[in-house]
Write a new protein. Structure first.
Lengths: 278, 177
């Protein structure tokens, strides 16, 4: 760490995100300015110099010898997170680690890997693993008039309410991440402040070709355990996770069943939301 | 009551568990095995009665009263089997309650339970709690390759159902995990 500290840092940035103080420094001020636009939604500048995690972004570029090109590097505290010839590669590594760190260590929030939309003052939460089709479903629900909250994390507070985590919605095609929705790609400044919502329904589903969505209703306990299966800090803070999930499921309805094409089932989901929860 | 009814209930395990009680269900997290369990109403009733000194007959009667079923002893046998399998009893190998001659399928068949009536059967649903990487968003192979150990913790690879981002030598690479 002392070696890193001795480098010539051109700029630094300290932010607060879900109660965690994060520091980012770089030897290239321009690079840090570019990074700000990619920070997760909802960060605020921090005043204190004490940080929970310090990222050091070392821009590469030309070396003294004309045939040598320095790699771009990124560190979290003293641990190297990534190295790449492309600056975008290490910036993405920083982005991935920052999201993971906050999701694991946020003290007063619980992060679930889930898509979330708002409808009539309540949230539809769609927990699911990567590639389970939740972003597709979220996009279809937004097209049907629901409010976009997140396609990555459902962020729950101690009362079981869901906060927005609205990064641009990304659909994947053969492994490449593609931004598809202009409505969800607005910058922080343009995004309206979305209020936290109580959960209306939890939709536990996975895509199955030609399936018709005919879900069965889960009990509160089954819903809790289904949500725990997608909770980032399930192993790190199980007592906190169970307490939050108990509150979240006590006022919501959980539905479980495979679905076919997203466009074919969003109407039924919104009707279910109206019938059960609104 | 026969000899089984005179037996003593086993003791519920209470060490290294986090317990959250819902209206009539119980969520249990096993800190040693990182498994989470959901006990339905019948299983919750039996687990609460596992105090090491209550009589099996009394617990069976309690089940009959609470669930409105005349088959308390059979239901108790299933519940203890489920709780033992989930390692929620202190002495899983030396249960003193009814033995597993009451298999779930046999009981459903013998009692003629079907549809909603079978919902009264004790059930313990279990999952393995995910590690953070399992609950993370996927990475492309290029994103994975830009990481350096220890940042690659098994994140899933986009477009693959089998690959994840793991350490390979000094680098992070997508490979089957």
């Amino acid at each position: 760490m002392a070696k890193l500290d001795r480098l010539d840092w051109a700029a630094d940035l300290r932010i607060l995100h879900h109660g965690l103080a994060i520091g980012i420094r770089s030897n290239n001020a321009e690079c840090l300015r570019g990074l700000q636009a990619r920070l997760p939604f909802g960060w605020a500048p921090a005043r204190s110099h004490r940080v929970d995690r310090l990222y050091s972004l070392v821009g590469g570029g030309a070396a003294a010898s004309p045939n040598v090109r320095r790699l771009n590097l990124v560190y979290a505290n003293a641990v190297r997170l990534g190295r790449s010839r492309e600056l975008a590669g290490v910036v993405r590594a920083l982005e991935v680690d920052l999201e993971r760190y906050v999701a694991e260590h946020a003290r007063r929030r619980l992060f679930l890997h889930a898509g979330v939309v708002g409808w009539c003052g309540r949230a539809i939460v769609i927990p699911g693993r990567s590639m389970s089709g939740k972003s597709t479903l979220v996009a279809a629900l937004v097209d049907a008039g629901a409010t976009y909250y997140s396609d990555e994390y459902a962020v729950l507070d101690g009362r079981g309410r869901v906060f927005a985590y609205p990064r641009p919605l990304r659909l994947r095609d053969g492994g490449a991440a593609v931004v598809v929705s202009d409505a969800t790609a607005a910058g922080d400044a343009e995004r309206p402040t979305l209020p936290p919502l109580p959960i209306g329904i939890v939709v536990v589903t996975r895509y199955r070709p030609r399936a018709r969505w005919r879900p069965r209703r889960l009990s509160a306990g089954q819903a809790g355990i289904a949500m725990l299966g997608h909770t980032v800090a399930a192993r790190l803070r199980p007592a906190h996770a169970l307490a939050v999930l108990r509150r979240a499921v006590s006022t919501s309805v959980a539905l479980d069943g495979p679905r076919g094409e997203a466009a074919d089932c969003v109407g039924a989901m919104l009707r279910a939301m109206t019938a059960f929860a609104v | 009551m026969n000899r089984v009814g005179d037996a003593v209930m086993p003791r519920a395990r209470d060490a290294h568990l986090v317990v959250e009680t819902l209206a009539d269900e119980t969520l249990v997290y096993d800190l040693e095995r990182h498994r989470a369990h959901c006990l339905n109403r019948a299983a919750t009733l039996v687990w609460r009665a596992c105090d090491g000194h209550s009589r099996v007959a009394a617990t069976a009667a309690l089940l009959e009263r609470e669930l409105g079923s005349p088959h308390g002893l059979s239901l108790l046998g299933i519940a203890l089997e489920e709780l033992s399998r989930a390692r929620l009893l202190d002495e899983p190998g030396a249960r003193r309650g009814p033995r597993e001659r009451y298999s779930r399928r046999a009981v459903i068949r013998a009692l003629g339970l079907a549809g909603a009536a079978s919902l009264m059967l004790p059930v313990v649903e279990s999952i393995v709690a995910p590690i953070p990487a399992e609950a993370a968003s996927c990475l492309t192979t290029a994103e994975c390759a830009a990481l350096a150990p220890p940042a690659c913790t098994g994140q899933p690879i986009c477009g693959s159902t089998t690959d994840c981002c793991v350490q390979r030598g000094q680098n992070c690479r997508a490979r089957v995990c």
